[in-house]
Design a protein around this ligand. Structure first.
Ligand SMILES: *Cc1c(COP(=O)(O)O)cnc(C)c1O
Length: 360
């Protein structure tokens, strides 16, 4: 069987070129006689891989020199604890709750200090982004936290909140590298790789240098201390080496396509195709307020759960995989990350048109 169009929210589709290049190097990485999986993380070959990955990421995002890039483990969820352990000096933080991931992050931070939920969209099942232009930012907040793209609900902050001078911390797992971003607006941004970058097991943290200190909460484990990882250049212990290697290949793929400006154009074109179909469909409808729609995750429903289930099954049989919505919301969700080709979205829309004709 050939490759399918994989609309999974994560782990998600990777560029075929990257998978092929990795396959070609699987048994013998560039004359080393071994796979990247088998080599020492202190070897010359691996040092080159991680240096190159960081340099390419810096170039793609225009990361300023006073920011550090860390390749860590534990997924995005580990950052839910690591952030407060390292950044809560006053033991206060403001959280904007726009979905399950922000909610989980807020709950975790609550173990280490006082969490103020300064805005939320839970009243309408997280189907929109609240107005964040004049928030009640806490005087003593160590940071303001957002989940920039809500993977489950399909909303995105198209404008960052006004934090009134406080440090902005963002979970960008599902919109990482999908369009240009101004890193200087954040104190810390991070994402699990398995959504838009590479294999699960890697989380990338981009953090401003002044936030990397020894002044962390008492008994913070070494493995959860940014300073230890920053001082060791992400090689404090064995890093997720193979995952970092694949991330690096994805960075090169992004560069070869013209970088993040080009990705934005591609992603807008894909999303436009799907959203404009949804907007005129008599069977399917999008579940998100138009102004807050994500370019990456597109949830939709028919309004009939039984029909939704039939759609997901029929789509699977047609080679359109993983369209079932998150278990907490039901319906369908198409994740159309960087590596999803335009043809994949065309195939999905054509299938939806056909399904609509047959079921209306
Ligand atoms: C998937 C996801 C997470 C959780 O990622 P893990 O790596 O499984 O911990 C957190 N935040 C966002 C926005 C996500 O999409």
């Amino acid at each position: 069987m050939g490759r399918v169009y994989n609309f999974s929210a994560g782990p998600a589709v990777l560029p075929e070129e990257v998978l092929k290049a990795a396959a070609a190097e699987m048994l013998d990485y560039r004359g080393t006689g071994m796979s990247v999986m088998e080599m020492s993380h202190r070897s010359k070959a691996f040092e080159e891989i991680i240096h190159r990955a960081e340099a390419d990421l810096r170039e793609l995002m225009g990361i300023p020199d006073n920011y550090r890039v860390l390749f860590l483990q534990g997924g995005a969820s580990q950052q839910f604890a690591m952030i407060p352990m390292n950044l809560m000096k006053n033991k206060v933080a403001d959280y904007i709750v726009t979905g399950q991931w922000a909610k989980k992050a807020a709950a975790e931070a609550g173990k280490y200090g006082k969490v103020n939920k300064i805005a939320s969209s839970e009243d309408k099942t997280f189907s929109y982004i609240p107005d964040c232009s004049d928030l009640n930012i806490s005087e003593d907040a160590d940071y303001v936290y957002i989940c920039e793209n809500n993977t489950i609900y399909g909303t995105k902050f198209h404008q960052l909140p006004d934090t009134k001078g406080k440090t902005l911390v963002a979970d960008v797992s599902s919109c990482f590298l999908s369009e240009p971003a101004d890193v200087s607006k954040y104190g810390l941004l991070y994402g699990g790789a398995q959504k838009n970058i590479g294999p699960a097991g890697v989380v990338i943290v981009i953090i401003r240098e002044d936030l990397i200190t020894e002044d962390v909460l008492p008994k913070t484990p070494a493995m959860l201390t940014y300073k230890i990882h920053a001082d060791a250049k992400s090689l404090y212990n064995t890093p997720p080496a193979y995952g970092i290697y694949i991330c690096g290949k994805v960075f090169q793929w992004l560069k070869s396509l013209g970088g993040l400006d080009a990705m934005k154009v591609r992603n807008e074109k894909k999303a436009e195709l799907l959203y404009s179909f949804l907007d005129q469909s008599k069977l399917f409808k999008g579940t998100v307020e138009h102004k807050d729609r994500s370019l990456m995750n597109v949830p939709f429903i028919t309004g009939d759960e039984e029909l939704d289930a039939r759609f997901v099954k029929a789509a699977h049989e047609a080679g359109l995989e993983n369209l079932k919505g998150h278990r907490s919301v039901g319906g369908m969700r198409a994740s159309i990350y960087n590596a999803m080709p335009y043809e994949g979205v065309e195939a999905l829309v054509a299938f939806m048109e056909k399904f609509e004709k047959e079921n209306l």
